[in-house]
Design a protein around this ligand. Structure first.
Ligand code: N7H
Length: 498
């Protein structure tokens, strides 16, 4: 790719660098109707004005922030601001259906998630995948809104653009997944109860002035956006880890790969496990002291339910620390945070040499789906078999290279019992175990769950899994200029080709 023009965030879809404002979200997985590719590309031209840019998404968040501030100052309730966001992304099969056959330079995207999901790679049990994700999916349109009504209204507008319900329809629905933030105080928390979406990398010249971790600089734009500085190809870890270089088609500039995962969560079973394996918190309970089950939950995740990192507040939750990112792990020690804790596995910070995690950072945009746990499920300590009561996380993350980002994180960190690698910790830990939240592999266990040094090398066996992947796909989320000039049909004469 030739030296690109400077980044203009108007060109980048809003979910990537900013996140679409949302209480409700729908992921509409579609196929371009056979023989209708050309008409679909015409319809896409009418659809593009609906696509939310980074600038628009940022503006919406700023309006909310200002509105909340003003309402607090005036002692008034915060007014509901109507909002809806729309983004679109295509699978490899979708690119081909549109006649875009260039190699994107990312073999994991080129082969699709189904080929990557099995036991020898991500580790999914494909027999429990929703059969819809084994069908051909060409793309995903995601719509977010601040209410169900606004969401439905935007969905209807999109249906009209693609002539849904009419003989000249150009897309077919493969399946849809609907997410919503959890009610009341659980807003922003996923179904196990933990505050989610907190730690995100700051991107150079986009998230001005935000440096999340001490000793870490904002990540180069190319870790997220194709064709930007830092999009240098696969990095195979090792003492001489160097990016291998990559060639991108011109239309890929300012696009990003979206890894989407449909993850079911077994919430009563997770809670029952915590209750059955409480950590020793002594007998005396001061106000604010956790139960043994709460302490175990926090140490499996690496954060308390409020979001406070156990590394900063190891003995009790402290909501004042909820959004803190300014911590490093002590390489020689897992007393404050287990090596296998979910956040230590997925962002090992100082467990690896300075700068080694930069290329591995992803931007997460998940949302919870499904209803709250029912009283009956709580009593039975088991999730219901009723599909209407299925719950979990619609996990979505962006990166410029799946082999450096999501795929690597799941396969080489979360599923790898030997990661982080042995160091001079006391006591010495050669095998920290798999990630207790998302890890797959044998044995299903970790060490270091207990903060008590004498007990810290004891193995904690998890037995069953609490997060069950039920499907997913890899998509490419193009820039707005690429949508206009490469994906949609040519509009007015003389329009600019990328
Ligand atoms: Fe995770 N959880 O509730 O336990 N995650 N995650 N995740 N996750 C994080 O910082 C969770 C999943 C990452 O920089 C928090 O947002 C659950 C996948 C990364 O410190 C919590 C599921 C992958 C981070 C959870 C799930 C990741 C992170 C702490 C599935 C990638 C940031 C709050 C149902 C392969 C790490 C926060 C950092 C944080 C949970 C999935 C990755 C609470 C329940 C599939 C990179």
């Amino acid at each position: 790719m030739a030296t690109p023009r400077p980044l203009d965030i108007n060109d980048v879809q809003g979910d990537i660098l900013e996140g679409l404002g949302k209480k409700n979200q729908i992921f509409f997985f579609f196929r371009v109707k056979a023989g209708q590719a050309s008409n679909f590309r015409d319809d896409l031209r009418s659809f593009i004005p609906l696509v939310t840019t980074t600038t628009q998404a940022k503006k919406f968040h700023q309006t909310i922030k200002d509105g909340k501030k003003q309402a607090t100052e005036q002692g008034k309730p915060f007014p509901l601001i109507e909002n809806s966001g729309v983004n679109v992304a295509f699978s490899k099969k979708g690119l081909v259906a549109l006649g875009i056959t260039d190699n994107t330079g990312d073999p994991i995207f080129e082969n699709g998630m189904l080929a990557d999901a099995g036991p020898s790679s991500l580790g999914d049990d494909l027999t429990v995948w929703d059969p819809n994700f084994k069908k051909d999916i060409h793309g995903v349109i995601t719509v977010t809104a601040n209410s169900k009504i606004v969401l439905e209204r935007t969905v209807d507008q999109i249906k009209r653009i693609f002539h849904v319900g009419r003989p000249d329809v150009t897309i077919e629905e493969v399946t849809r997944l609907v997410g919503q933030v959890r009610p009341g105080a659980e807003d922003g928390h996923e179904h196990f109860g933990f505050n989610d979406g907190l730690s995100q990398p700051a991107v150079q010249n986009v998230d001005a002035g935000v440096i999340s971790e001490p000793g870490e600089n904002p990540i180069p734009q190319g870790v997220v956006l194709l064709g930007r500085e830092g999009d240098d190809g696969l990095v195979v870890p090792g003492p001489n880890a160097q990016p291998q270089g990559v060639t991108r088609p011109p239309w890929a500039l300012d696009g990003s790969f979206l890894a989407f995962r449909y993850l079911k969560q077994l919430v009563p079973e997770f809670n029952a496990f915590l209750e059955a394996h409480p950590l020793d918190v002594g007998n005396a309970h001061a106000p604010g002291d956790p139960t043994g089950a709460e302490l175990l939950g926090a140490r499996l995740v690496g954060r308390w339910k409020s979001g406070a990192p156990v590394d900063l507040t190891p003995l009790r939750d402290n909501p004042a620390f909820a959004t803190r990112q300014d911590f490093r792990f002590d390489q020689a020690n897992q007393e404050r945070c287990p090596f296998a804790a979910h956040i230590r596995k997925t962002n090992p910070r100082s467990d690896l040499p300075a700068g080694a995690t930069t290329i591995r950072r992803i931007i997460r945009r998940g949302i919870a789906f499904g209803p709250e746990v029912t009283d009956e499920e709580k009593r039975a300590k088991r999730s219901s078999n009723d599909p209407k009561l299925e719950r979990g996380l619609l996990f979505a993350c962006y990166q410029s290279n799946l082999g450096n980002g999501f795929h690597f994180m799941q396969e080489s960190w979360a599923n790898n019992k030997a990661f982080p690698p042995e160091n001079s910790s006391v006591p010495l830990v050669s095998t920290p175990g798999i990630d207790p939240i998302i890890g797959v592999g044998e044995p299903r266990s970790m060490v270091g769950a207990s903060p008590d040094l004498a007990a810290s090398n004891q193995t904690l066996d998890f037995g069953a899994k609490w997060v069950i992947p039920r499907g997913g796909e890899y998509f490419f989320s193009p820039s707005i200029p690429a949508l206009k000039s490469r994906f949609a049909s040519p509009g007015r004469p003389g329009h600019h080709e990328l």
